[in-house]
Design a protein around this ligand. Structure first.
Ligand code: C5P
Length: 222
């Protein structure tokens, strides 16, 4: 029905940052609040879907009617995502840390030893969106990525679709002027695999989520 366009569908959403431990008390992270991803999970549940939300560490409440799996690191997020498949729609809204400290955090805090800061070599984290997009068996019919850009948003989004193999990119401008990061509003551009693009007006993240759910339900039945 119009009110529950995702009835009978399974939806997976990732949300929030990841924390990549340096030692027991320190980590690498980013400024994601989880607001947009959590709003999408809530909107999908309201639209009738069975929703799994895989969330990094956030300070906002769990959305109603959603199964929440909490993780810390990118590698834990990938494991939780794979365990949540199969789904009809996968939305990767998490701001996954691109890199993690190469040396696995031990149980001891790294101490100042008077010789200056220790080097902190990093290694690349798995790309969860790309991994799921390129699955040979069990790829969700609809895979959605996000692009948080501070400049040339659209060029980057088009390149990202090709590289990551997803069906749709939701691009938002997170330059300081926009106030999107951590804020309640979002201005998004939807870029499809075939190049089709639409831009939505500045909206609350809840409204972006509701519209996105309707849009995705339409893509699934086309
Ligand atoms: O490459 P970039 O981080 O800009 O891509 C953003 C998109 O890729 C988002 O949808 C994000 O959730 C996803 N991503 C991911 N795993 C990573 C890095 C990004 O799923 N390691």
């Amino acid at each position: 029905t119009a009110a529950r366009p995702l009835a009978g569908r399974r939806v997976l959403v990732t949300s929030g940052p990841t924390h990549e431990p340096i030692d027991p008390v320190r980590y690498l992270a980013n400024r994601s609040s989880g607001r947009q991803g959590h709003a999408i999970a809530a909107a999908a549940a309201e639209a009738g879907a069975t929703v799994t939300l895989v969330s990094g560490p956030v300070a906002i409440p769990d959305p109603a009617g959603v199964r929440v799996v909490r993780v810390e690191t990118a590698r834990e997020m990938l494991v939780a995502v794979e365990a949540a498949l199969p789904v009809d729609i996968a939305v990767f809204a998490a701001a996954v840390a691109d890199w993690r400290p190469e040396v696995e955090a031990g149980s001891k805090k790294i101490k100042k030893d008077g010789t200056g800061p220790a080097p902190l070599p990093l290694v690349e984290n798995p790309d969860i969106l790309s991994t799921v997009s390129h699955l040979e068996a069990g790829r969700p019919p609809l895979v959605v990525g996000f692009a948080a850009e501070t400049d040339t948003v659209l060029d980057h989004a088009r390149a990202k679709i090709a590289r990551k193999g997803c069906d749709l990119i939701v691009a938002n401008d997170v330059s300081a002027a926009g106030g999107v990061m951590g804020g309640t509003d979002n201005t998004v551009h939807l870029i499809h695999r075939d190049g089709a693009m639409e831009t939505w007006p500045r909206l609350g993240k809840d409204e972006v989520a509701r519209r996105l759910v309707v849009h995705l339900a339409g893509m699934l039945t086309r």
